[in-house]
Design a protein around this ligand. Structure first.
Ligand SMILES: [Zn+2]
Length: 340
């Protein structure tokens, strides 16, 4: 597998907006790609995209990645025609300061804009230096001529409209930089895995499903609606890179424990064993502030063994960065794992 196959999938995914709660465009992209590869993807009631690779009633393996991302939503339209926002997902609003955005109206129109301080001009005020960043000091200015609440409403923009952030995807010297690598880096790896299984006719000895979830950033992505017969669920999600943790952006990160508690002992050991056998650069880490789709699944009446791993992603929930080396290592580990 060329790493460019993986990074092209990631590029297509991150440039298809899917703030949590408005993921239809990205669901459509996945269904098209997976259908082209020869699969029959379907969606559960909530909208997760499920891909049966090998079907069966028992001992199934589910690999999940989430395609919903952080974003914003219109909270209200201000008297000056600009937009007050609310967060979608958890992050400091300062992480989106100065970012280009797209406003997606509920009747299918799109407007561009910028998310910035109410008083962003250094030549006009001290606010850029002194102001706290929150939803009262920051706003979205729309790239349309509007100076009032009424004129903005006439554009078709309303409270409750979704706003996506420009991902600014680029690759420099092997470093993949973009917003939303959490978790579209993993979704890209799973697409590449699906392609590899078809093209190389990889033999798999147990039921295997991929699931692309759409509400992870708000906690219930994988709470329900899985195929029957699953025994093991591995959430493929971003590995935390932090000062005292082992994995960095070039490595695979295997999570032993996050805010939800420890992951399944035996399943986690299996992943570590494969990483060792293959000579993959990996770290086993504890994620201080984290919950995954796998932890959501086991805390909502699913009797699964659960595990979590992913490529090391730095600057999570901001302008994120990983390395091609981590992506290809994660891919190799998963190709090996599904053949066990
Ligand atoms: Zn994530």
């Amino acid at each position: 597998m060329e790493v460019s196959t993986i990074t092209n999938y990631i590029k297509n995914l991150v440039t298809t907006p899917s703030p949590t709660g408005f993921t239809k465009l990205c669901e459509g992209y996945l269904i098209d790609e997976l259908t082209k590869l020869g699969y029959d993807p379907y969606q559960n009631n909530k909208g997760n995209v499920i891909v049966p690779i090998v079907e069966g009633d028992a001992n199934g393996l589910l690999l999940s990645a989430h395609i919903d991302t952080l974003g914003l939503m219109v909270r209200s339209i201000k008297e000056n025609g600009r937009l007050r926002v609310t967060n979608l997902g958890g992050y400091p609003l300062a992480y989106a300061e100065g970012e280009n955005v797209k406003i997606h109206t509920r009747d299918g129109k799109e407007y561009s804009g910028v998310f910035r301080l109410n008083e962003p001009a250094v030549h006009g005020s001290r606010a850029p230096y002194d102001e706290k960043r929150d939803d009262t000091t920051m706003e979205v200015v729309i790239d349309a001529i509007t100076k009032s609440d009424k004129e903005t409403r006439e554009l078709g923009i309303s409270p409750g409209d979704f706003i996506s952030l420009d991902p600014r995807f680029r690759i420099d010297n092997g470093f993949v930089k973009s917003r939303h690598l959490d978790d579209k880096a993993s979704a890209g790896v799973l697409l590449a895995l699906a392609k590899e299984v078809k093209e190389k006719n990889i033999e798999i000895n147990r039921p295997l499903y991929l699931e692309f979830t759409i509400y992870e950033e708000v906690g219930h992505g994988a709470a329900s609606g899985h195929p029957g017969g699953i025994r093991d669920m591995v959430a493929v999600d971003m590995g935390v890179v932090y000062d005292d943790l082992t994995a960095d952006e070039t490595m695979v990160s295997i999570c032993a424990k996050d805010s939800s508690g420890p992951y399944n002992y035996d399943l986690t050991n299996e992943l570590i064993g494969i990483a060792k056998d293959l000579g993959i650069d990996y770290g086993v880490d504890v994620y201080p502030f984290y919950g995954s789709d796998a932890s959501a699944a086991v805390s909502s009446a699913n009797d699964f063994r659960h595990a979590l791993l992913g490529a090391g992603i730095a600057a999570s929930h901001g302008y994120e960065r990983t390395h091609e080396k981590a992506l290809i290592s994660l891919f190799d580990l998963l190709v090996n794992f599904i053949q066990k």
